[in-house]
Design a protein around this ligand. Structure first.
Ligand code: DUC
Ligand code: ZN
Ligand code: ZN
Length: 436
Protein backbone atom coordinates (compact mmCIF):
# COMPACT_ATOMS: atom_id res chain seq x y z
CA UNK A 1 0.00 0.00 0.00
CA UNK A 2 1.23 3.47 -0.86
CA UNK A 3 -0.02 6.65 0.78
CA UNK A 4 0.78 9.72 -1.31
CA UNK A 5 0.53 13.51 -0.90
CA UNK A 6 -0.21 13.49 2.82
CA UNK A 7 1.33 15.61 5.56
CA UNK A 8 3.06 13.41 8.14
CA UNK A 9 2.97 14.57 11.75
CA UNK A 10 5.41 13.23 14.33
CA UNK A 11 6.25 14.37 17.86
CA UNK A 12 8.89 16.67 16.39
CA UNK A 13 7.98 17.67 12.88
CA UNK A 14 5.33 18.12 10.23
CA UNK A 15 6.33 17.38 6.62
CA UNK A 16 4.98 16.21 3.28
CA UNK A 17 6.00 12.73 2.22
CA UNK A 18 4.79 9.47 0.77
CA UNK A 19 4.68 6.26 2.81
CA UNK A 20 5.16 2.73 1.56
CA UNK A 21 3.64 -0.11 3.57
CA UNK A 22 4.66 -3.73 3.07
CA UNK A 23 3.75 -6.76 5.18
CA UNK A 24 2.18 -4.66 7.91
CA UNK A 25 5.22 -2.40 8.33
CA UNK A 26 6.21 1.07 7.22
CA UNK A 27 9.07 0.29 4.87
CA UNK A 28 9.79 3.62 3.21
CA UNK A 29 9.12 7.29 3.90
CA UNK A 30 10.24 9.49 1.02
CA UNK A 31 9.02 12.02 -1.51
CA UNK A 32 7.52 10.81 -4.77
CA UNK A 33 7.66 7.08 -4.19
CA UNK A 34 6.43 5.44 -7.34
CA UNK A 35 5.72 1.74 -7.47
CA UNK A 36 3.51 0.34 -10.21
CA UNK A 37 0.44 -1.70 -9.29
CA UNK A 38 0.59 -0.63 -5.65
CA UNK A 39 -2.70 0.11 -3.89
CA UNK A 40 -2.62 3.91 -3.62
CA UNK A 41 -4.35 6.12 -1.09
CA UNK A 42 -4.29 9.82 -1.93
CA UNK A 43 -4.05 11.82 1.33
CA UNK A 44 -3.83 15.29 -0.26
CA UNK A 45 -4.85 17.94 2.28
CA UNK A 46 -4.87 15.43 5.16
CA UNK A 47 -2.58 14.73 8.07
CA UNK A 48 -1.00 11.31 8.50
CA UNK A 49 -0.55 10.41 12.14
CA UNK A 50 0.35 7.26 14.06
CA UNK A 51 -2.68 5.26 15.22
CA UNK A 52 -3.80 6.41 18.64
CA UNK A 53 -2.88 4.49 21.78
CA UNK A 54 -5.34 4.64 24.67
CA UNK A 55 -3.36 3.37 27.64
CA UNK A 56 -6.32 3.07 30.01
CA UNK A 57 -9.55 1.26 29.12
CA UNK A 58 -11.84 -1.21 30.88
CA UNK A 59 -13.71 -3.40 28.39
CA UNK A 60 -15.94 -6.08 29.89
CA UNK A 61 -15.29 -4.82 33.44
CA UNK A 62 -17.39 -6.75 35.98
CA UNK A 63 -19.61 -4.70 38.31
CA UNK A 64 -22.62 -5.35 40.56
CA UNK A 65 -24.77 -4.24 37.60
CA UNK A 66 -23.13 -6.58 35.09
CA UNK A 67 -20.16 -5.86 32.88
CA UNK A 68 -19.26 -2.41 31.58
CA UNK A 69 -21.36 -2.04 28.46
CA UNK A 70 -18.54 -2.14 25.89
CA UNK A 71 -17.10 -5.57 25.27
CA UNK A 72 -13.69 -5.98 23.65
CA UNK A 73 -15.57 -6.28 20.35
CA UNK A 74 -17.77 -3.17 20.55
CA UNK A 75 -15.20 -1.11 22.43
CA UNK A 76 -12.43 -1.84 19.95
CA UNK A 77 -14.73 -0.97 17.05
CA UNK A 78 -15.41 2.38 18.72
CA UNK A 79 -11.68 2.85 19.33
CA UNK A 80 -10.84 2.23 15.67
CA UNK A 81 -13.63 4.53 14.50
CA UNK A 82 -11.97 7.29 16.51
CA UNK A 83 -8.45 6.61 15.24
CA UNK A 84 -7.20 4.55 18.17
CA UNK A 85 -5.46 1.38 16.96
CA UNK A 86 -4.11 0.11 20.29
CA UNK A 87 -5.75 -0.11 23.71
CA UNK A 88 -4.26 -1.14 27.03
CA UNK A 89 -6.72 -2.90 29.33
CA UNK A 90 -6.24 -4.65 32.65
CA UNK A 91 -5.87 -8.08 34.18
CA UNK A 92 -7.35 -8.04 37.67
CA UNK A 93 -6.77 -11.26 39.62
CA UNK A 94 -9.11 -12.15 42.47
CA UNK A 95 -7.41 -11.81 45.85
CA UNK A 96 -5.43 -15.06 46.20
CA UNK A 97 -5.60 -15.94 42.49
CA UNK A 98 -2.45 -16.52 40.43
CA UNK A 99 -1.68 -13.53 38.22
CA UNK A 100 -0.85 -15.86 35.34
CA UNK A 101 -4.11 -17.80 35.62
CA UNK A 102 -6.02 -14.50 35.63
CA UNK A 103 -4.03 -13.38 32.59
CA UNK A 104 -4.99 -16.49 30.60
CA UNK A 105 -8.68 -15.89 31.40
CA UNK A 106 -8.44 -12.27 30.35
CA UNK A 107 -6.68 -13.20 27.10
CA UNK A 108 -9.66 -15.44 26.30
CA UNK A 109 -12.07 -12.53 26.90
CA UNK A 110 -10.00 -10.27 24.67
CA UNK A 111 -10.07 -12.67 21.69
CA UNK A 112 -12.81 -10.64 20.01
CA UNK A 113 -10.77 -7.42 20.16
CA UNK A 114 -10.49 -5.91 16.67
CA UNK A 115 -7.58 -3.57 17.40
CA UNK A 116 -4.16 -4.15 18.92
CA UNK A 117 -4.17 -4.53 22.67
CA UNK A 118 -1.92 -5.00 25.66
CA UNK A 119 -2.52 -5.39 29.39
CA UNK A 120 -1.51 -3.83 32.65
CA UNK A 121 -1.39 -6.41 35.47
CA UNK A 122 -3.21 -5.35 38.64
CA UNK A 123 -1.67 -6.64 41.86
CA UNK A 124 -4.65 -7.01 44.20
CA UNK A 125 -2.70 -9.10 46.70
CA UNK A 126 0.87 -10.22 47.32
CA UNK A 127 1.87 -13.81 48.05
CA UNK A 128 4.96 -15.98 48.16
CA UNK A 129 5.06 -16.51 44.40
CA UNK A 130 4.06 -13.00 43.39
CA UNK A 131 7.56 -11.74 42.71
CA UNK A 132 8.12 -14.69 40.36
CA UNK A 133 4.85 -14.02 38.62
CA UNK A 134 5.72 -10.35 38.16
CA UNK A 135 9.00 -11.48 36.60
CA UNK A 136 7.14 -13.87 34.31
CA UNK A 137 4.74 -11.09 33.22
CA UNK A 138 7.68 -8.92 32.19
CA UNK A 139 9.87 -11.57 30.58
CA UNK A 140 7.31 -13.83 28.93
CA UNK A 141 4.05 -11.93 28.65
CA UNK A 142 5.14 -8.51 27.44
CA UNK A 143 3.47 -6.79 30.38
CA UNK A 144 5.38 -3.68 31.36
CA UNK A 145 3.16 -2.07 33.95
CA UNK A 146 1.55 -3.09 37.22
CA UNK A 147 -1.52 -1.12 38.27
CA UNK A 148 -2.69 -0.74 41.84
CA UNK A 149 -5.80 0.92 43.25
CA UNK A 150 -5.51 2.98 46.42
CA UNK A 151 -9.33 3.36 46.43
CA UNK A 152 -12.04 0.64 46.15
CA UNK A 153 -10.56 -1.08 49.20
CA UNK A 154 -13.50 -3.49 49.49
CA UNK A 155 -12.91 -4.78 45.97
CA UNK A 156 -9.61 -4.41 44.12
CA UNK A 157 -7.89 -1.80 46.33
CA UNK A 158 -4.83 -2.58 48.42
CA UNK A 159 -3.50 -1.52 51.83
CA UNK A 160 -0.17 0.27 52.30
CA UNK A 161 1.71 -2.86 53.40
CA UNK A 162 0.82 -4.58 50.11
CA UNK A 163 1.62 -1.41 48.17
CA UNK A 164 5.10 -1.38 49.69
CA UNK A 165 5.73 -5.02 48.73
CA UNK A 166 4.49 -4.44 45.18
CA UNK A 167 6.62 -1.31 44.80
CA UNK A 168 9.75 -3.11 45.96
CA UNK A 169 9.11 -6.04 43.60
CA UNK A 170 8.39 -3.78 40.61
CA UNK A 171 11.41 -1.58 41.37
CA UNK A 172 13.68 -4.64 41.64
CA UNK A 173 12.70 -5.64 38.10
CA UNK A 174 13.09 -2.09 36.84
CA UNK A 175 9.46 -2.03 35.68
CA UNK A 176 6.71 0.57 36.15
CA UNK A 177 4.01 0.86 38.80
CA UNK A 178 0.77 2.44 37.63
CA UNK A 179 -1.48 3.90 40.33
CA UNK A 180 -5.10 4.94 40.81
CA UNK A 181 -4.53 7.58 43.48
CA UNK A 182 -7.45 8.24 45.81
CA UNK A 183 -7.53 7.92 49.62
CA UNK A 184 -9.92 4.97 49.79
CA UNK A 185 -10.65 4.94 53.54
CA UNK A 186 -11.51 8.62 53.81
CA UNK A 187 -13.72 8.38 50.71
CA UNK A 188 -15.57 5.35 52.12
CA UNK A 189 -16.26 7.29 55.32
CA UNK A 190 -17.52 10.35 53.45
CA UNK A 191 -19.79 8.23 51.25
CA UNK A 192 -21.31 6.48 54.26
CA UNK A 193 -21.80 9.83 56.03
CA UNK A 194 -23.66 11.39 53.08
CA UNK A 195 -25.96 8.39 52.71
CA UNK A 196 -26.72 8.33 56.46
CA UNK A 197 -27.72 11.99 56.17
CA UNK A 198 -30.08 11.21 53.28
CA UNK A 199 -27.77 12.88 50.77
CA UNK A 200 -28.23 10.29 48.06
CA UNK A 201 -28.12 12.16 44.74
CA UNK A 202 -25.23 12.08 42.25
CA UNK A 203 -24.20 15.60 43.29
CA UNK A 204 -22.77 14.11 46.49
CA UNK A 205 -20.41 11.90 44.48
CA UNK A 206 -17.82 14.69 43.89
CA UNK A 207 -18.30 15.96 47.45
CA UNK A 208 -17.37 12.49 48.74
CA UNK A 209 -14.12 12.58 46.74
CA UNK A 210 -12.73 16.13 47.22
CA UNK A 211 -9.47 17.22 45.57
CA UNK A 212 -7.32 16.45 48.60
CA UNK A 213 -8.41 12.77 48.55
CA UNK A 214 -6.61 12.50 45.22
CA UNK A 215 -3.60 14.72 45.90
CA UNK A 216 -2.83 13.18 49.32
CA UNK A 217 -2.74 9.77 47.63
CA UNK A 218 -0.49 11.19 44.91
CA UNK A 219 1.80 12.61 47.58
CA UNK A 220 1.97 9.26 49.36
CA UNK A 221 2.66 7.39 46.10
CA UNK A 222 5.48 9.78 45.20
CA UNK A 223 7.01 9.50 48.68
CA UNK A 224 6.91 5.70 48.75
CA UNK A 225 8.18 5.47 45.17
CA UNK A 226 11.15 7.61 46.14
CA UNK A 227 11.91 5.42 49.15
CA UNK A 228 11.72 2.23 47.07
CA UNK A 229 13.26 3.74 43.92
CA UNK A 230 10.25 2.68 41.88
CA UNK A 231 9.17 4.35 38.62
CA UNK A 232 5.51 5.33 38.72
CA UNK A 233 2.71 6.37 36.33
CA UNK A 234 -0.30 8.08 37.87
CA UNK A 235 -3.55 7.44 36.01
CA UNK A 236 -6.41 9.89 35.49
CA UNK A 237 -4.85 12.89 37.23
CA UNK A 238 -7.73 15.32 37.78
CA UNK A 239 -6.61 18.06 40.20
CA UNK A 240 -4.37 21.09 40.19
CA UNK A 241 -2.79 19.99 43.47
CA UNK A 242 -1.74 16.64 41.97
CA UNK A 243 -0.19 18.34 38.93
CA UNK A 244 1.88 20.56 41.24
CA UNK A 245 3.12 17.57 43.27
CA UNK A 246 4.00 15.59 40.15
CA UNK A 247 5.91 18.51 38.63
CA UNK A 248 7.91 19.00 41.83
CA UNK A 249 8.84 15.31 41.96
CA UNK A 250 9.88 15.32 38.29
CA UNK A 251 12.06 18.38 38.94
CA UNK A 252 14.03 16.40 41.53
CA UNK A 253 14.73 13.77 38.88
CA UNK A 254 12.22 11.22 40.15
CA UNK A 255 10.67 8.95 37.51
CA UNK A 256 7.01 9.99 37.67
CA UNK A 257 4.71 9.91 34.65
CA UNK A 258 1.16 11.22 34.57
CA UNK A 259 -1.98 10.69 32.53
CA UNK A 260 -5.17 12.70 32.30
CA UNK A 261 -8.44 12.11 30.42
CA UNK A 262 -10.73 14.26 28.23
CA UNK A 263 -13.47 14.41 30.88
CA UNK A 264 -11.13 16.26 33.26
CA UNK A 265 -10.07 18.71 30.57
CA UNK A 266 -13.48 19.52 29.15
CA UNK A 267 -16.15 19.10 31.82
CA UNK A 268 -16.60 20.90 35.14
CA UNK A 269 -18.53 20.00 38.27
CA UNK A 270 -21.65 21.91 37.22
CA UNK A 271 -22.58 18.65 35.41
CA UNK A 272 -23.74 17.32 38.77
CA UNK A 273 -26.34 20.10 39.26
CA UNK A 274 -28.93 18.25 37.21
CA UNK A 275 -31.64 15.65 37.72
CA UNK A 276 -30.63 11.99 38.11
CA UNK A 277 -31.17 11.09 34.42
CA UNK A 278 -28.66 13.74 33.37
CA UNK A 279 -26.15 13.63 36.23
CA UNK A 280 -25.75 9.86 36.87
CA UNK A 281 -23.58 9.40 33.78
CA UNK A 282 -20.96 11.68 35.35
CA UNK A 283 -20.49 9.36 38.32
CA UNK A 284 -16.93 8.29 37.60
CA UNK A 285 -13.83 8.35 39.75
CA UNK A 286 -12.06 10.61 40.29
CA UNK A 287 -15.07 12.90 39.77
CA UNK A 288 -15.32 15.84 37.40
CA UNK A 289 -13.57 18.86 38.99
CA UNK A 290 -13.53 22.65 38.73
CA UNK A 291 -12.45 25.01 35.95
CA UNK A 292 -9.21 25.83 37.82
CA UNK A 293 -8.28 22.14 37.68
CA UNK A 294 -8.95 22.03 33.94
CA UNK A 295 -6.54 24.92 33.41
CA UNK A 296 -3.82 23.23 35.47
CA UNK A 297 -4.25 20.00 33.48
CA UNK A 298 -4.00 21.78 30.12
CA UNK A 299 -0.86 23.54 31.36
CA UNK A 300 0.50 20.21 32.57
CA UNK A 301 0.05 18.73 29.10
CA UNK A 302 1.60 21.73 27.43
CA UNK A 303 4.68 21.86 29.64
CA UNK A 304 5.24 18.09 29.71
CA UNK A 305 4.30 17.35 33.33
CA UNK A 306 1.52 15.12 31.97
CA UNK A 307 2.72 12.81 29.19
CA UNK A 308 -0.41 10.97 28.07
CA UNK A 309 -4.12 11.36 27.42
CA UNK A 310 -6.10 8.18 28.03
CA UNK A 311 -9.83 7.75 28.65
CA UNK A 312 -10.46 5.30 31.51
CA UNK A 313 -13.11 4.08 29.06
CA UNK A 314 -15.64 2.23 31.22
CA UNK A 315 -19.21 2.92 30.08
CA UNK A 316 -22.35 1.73 31.84
CA UNK A 317 -25.87 2.16 30.47
CA UNK A 318 -28.05 4.68 32.27
CA UNK A 319 -31.04 2.35 32.00
CA UNK A 320 -30.43 -0.92 33.78
CA UNK A 321 -26.99 -0.10 35.17
CA UNK A 322 -26.46 3.47 36.46
CA UNK A 323 -30.12 3.72 37.52
CA UNK A 324 -29.55 1.00 40.12
CA UNK A 325 -28.29 3.93 42.20
CA UNK A 326 -31.34 6.15 41.76
CA UNK A 327 -31.78 6.33 45.55
CA UNK A 328 -28.13 5.93 46.52
CA UNK A 329 -25.26 7.42 44.51
CA UNK A 330 -22.81 4.92 46.05
CA UNK A 331 -24.60 2.15 44.13
CA UNK A 332 -24.05 3.78 40.72
CA UNK A 333 -21.34 1.86 38.85
CA UNK A 334 -18.43 4.25 38.33
CA UNK A 335 -17.28 5.04 34.85
CA UNK A 336 -18.00 6.50 31.43
CA UNK A 337 -17.02 5.93 27.82
CA UNK A 338 -14.51 7.97 25.87
CA UNK A 339 -12.36 5.78 23.65
CA UNK A 340 -14.15 6.82 20.46
CA UNK A 341 -13.84 10.57 20.86
CA UNK A 342 -10.52 11.01 22.70
CA UNK A 343 -8.62 12.10 19.60
CA UNK A 344 -11.27 14.28 17.97
CA UNK A 345 -11.95 16.07 21.28
CA UNK A 346 -8.24 16.60 21.95
CA UNK A 347 -7.69 17.86 18.42
CA UNK A 348 -10.66 20.23 18.56
CA UNK A 349 -10.19 21.67 22.04
CA UNK A 350 -6.41 21.27 22.23
CA UNK A 351 -4.82 21.81 18.82
CA UNK A 352 -7.47 24.05 17.26
CA UNK A 353 -7.69 26.20 20.38
CA UNK A 354 -3.90 26.56 20.52
CA UNK A 355 -3.53 24.82 23.87
CA UNK A 356 -1.13 22.26 22.39
CA UNK A 357 0.63 21.91 19.04
CA UNK A 358 -0.26 19.25 16.51
CA UNK A 359 3.08 17.58 17.27
CA UNK A 360 2.15 17.42 20.95
CA UNK A 361 -1.19 15.93 19.92
CA UNK A 362 0.65 13.03 18.26
CA UNK A 363 3.15 12.74 21.10
CA UNK A 364 0.51 12.64 23.84
CA UNK A 365 -2.03 10.45 22.00
CA UNK A 366 0.41 7.94 20.61
CA UNK A 367 4.19 8.27 20.86
CA UNK A 368 4.51 8.70 24.63
CA UNK A 369 2.13 5.89 25.63
CA UNK A 370 4.05 3.53 23.30
CA UNK A 371 7.38 4.54 24.85
CA UNK A 372 6.21 4.43 28.46
CA UNK A 373 4.54 1.03 28.14
CA UNK A 374 7.19 -0.43 25.82
CA UNK A 375 4.86 -1.13 22.90
CA UNK A 376 7.55 -2.14 20.45
CA UNK A 377 7.43 -0.52 16.99
CA UNK A 378 4.27 1.42 17.79
CA UNK A 379 3.38 5.08 18.24
CA UNK A 380 5.45 6.58 15.44
CA UNK A 381 5.39 7.06 11.70
CA UNK A 382 8.88 5.73 11.08
CA UNK A 383 10.53 3.20 8.78
CA UNK A 384 10.48 -0.24 10.42
CA UNK A 385 7.51 0.61 12.64
CA UNK A 386 4.12 -1.15 12.49
CA UNK A 387 1.77 0.38 9.95
CA UNK A 388 -0.87 1.59 12.41
CA UNK A 389 -1.72 4.80 10.63
CA UNK A 390 -4.56 7.29 10.63
CA UNK A 391 -5.36 9.66 7.80
CA UNK A 392 -6.79 12.61 9.67
CA UNK A 393 -9.27 14.97 8.05
CA UNK A 394 -8.77 18.17 10.05
CA UNK A 395 -11.84 19.90 8.68
CA UNK A 396 -14.69 17.45 9.14
CA UNK A 397 -17.20 18.70 11.73
CA UNK A 398 -19.38 16.43 13.87
CA UNK A 399 -21.52 16.56 16.97
CA UNK A 400 -21.12 13.80 19.54
CA UNK A 401 -24.29 11.96 20.43
CA UNK A 402 -25.28 8.64 21.96
CA UNK A 403 -27.69 8.33 19.03
CA UNK A 404 -24.85 8.02 16.54
CA UNK A 405 -21.78 6.87 18.46
CA UNK A 406 -20.27 3.41 18.00
CA UNK A 407 -19.75 2.85 21.72
CA UNK A 408 -22.28 0.44 23.19
CA UNK A 409 -23.93 2.76 25.70
CA UNK A 410 -27.26 4.56 25.92
CA UNK A 411 -25.59 7.82 26.96
CA UNK A 412 -22.45 9.84 26.32
CA UNK A 413 -20.83 12.30 28.72
CA UNK A 414 -19.82 14.47 25.74
CA UNK A 415 -23.34 14.62 24.31
CA UNK A 416 -23.67 17.75 22.15
CA UNK A 417 -19.93 18.51 22.01
CA UNK A 418 -18.88 19.79 18.60
CA UNK A 419 -15.75 18.26 17.12
CA UNK A 420 -13.61 19.24 14.17
CA UNK A 421 -11.22 16.56 12.93
CA UNK A 422 -11.90 12.95 12.18
CA UNK A 423 -10.12 9.64 11.53
CA UNK A 424 -11.05 9.34 7.88
CA UNK A 425 -8.98 6.26 7.08
CA UNK A 426 -7.61 3.87 9.67
CA UNK A 427 -4.86 1.44 8.76
CA UNK A 428 -4.29 -1.34 11.26
CA UNK A 429 -1.15 -3.45 10.90
CA UNK A 430 -0.93 -2.47 7.24
CA UNK A 431 -4.58 -3.13 6.36
CA UNK A 432 -7.30 -0.56 5.84
CA UNK A 433 -10.22 -1.04 8.27
CA UNK A 434 -13.02 -1.38 5.74
CA UNK A 435 -15.92 -2.01 8.10
CA UNK A 436 -15.80 1.29 10.02
N1 DUC B 1 -12.87 4.81 37.71
C1 DUC B 1 -14.04 4.74 37.08
O1 DUC B 1 -14.80 5.70 37.09
N2 DUC B 1 -14.34 3.59 36.44
C2 DUC B 1 -13.49 2.50 36.33
C3 DUC B 1 -12.37 2.48 37.25
C4 DUC B 1 -12.03 3.80 37.82
O2 DUC B 1 -11.00 3.96 38.40
ZN1 ZN C 1 -8.89 4.40 38.22
ZN1 ZN D 1 -9.54 2.93 35.23
Amino acid sequence: MLIINGTIVTSEKTFKSDILIENGKITKIAENISIPNEKIIDAEGKYIIPGGIDAHVHMDLPSHTGKSSDSFLTGSKAALAGGTTTIIDFVTPEKGESYIVALEKRKAEAKTCLCNYAFHMSPTWFGENTENEIHQCIEKENIHSFKVYLAYKKAVGIEDDVLLKVMKAVAKQNSLLTLHCEMGDEIDELRAKFISEGKTQPKYHPLSRPNHTESEAVEKAIRMAKETNCGIYIVHVSTKESVDLIRKAQQTGQKVFAETCPQYLLLDDSVYDQEFELSAKFVLSPPIRKKADQIALWNGLKNGTIQTLATDHCPFHLHGQKDVGRNDFTKIPNGAGGVEHRMSLFFTYGVLQNKITINQFVDICSTKPAEIFKLKNKGQIKEGFDADIVIWNAKKESIISAKTHKQNCDSNIFEGFKTIGFAETVILNGKKCEYL
